[in-house]
Design a protein. Sequence first.
Length: 87
Amino acid sequence: MVEKADILAKLEYTNRTDVIKSALTKYLGGVAATQLKEKAVESYLDDKLSYNELAVVIGRQNAESVKVSKRLLERSYRIAEDIIARG
C-alpha cells in the first residue's frame, strides 16, 4: 500500500503524506462519514458523547433534532415504567 502511495505521489508530483491525506479526506467524506454520524447518534443516545460533540459530527440543527428525540424517548420510558409499577 505504501509503495502504491509513493508511485501515485510521484505521478502527481506530490508526496506520500499529501496522497494519504487526500485519500482519507475522500474516504471520510463518503461512506465513513455516514457511519460516523450513525455511531455519533448512538453514542449520544447512550450518554457516551456530549451534545456539542454530536453537533460537530452531524451539524447543530440535526443534533438539536436528536436531542429532542432523546428527551421524548426518555419521557416515554418513564411513563411506561410508571404504568408498569402501578400495574
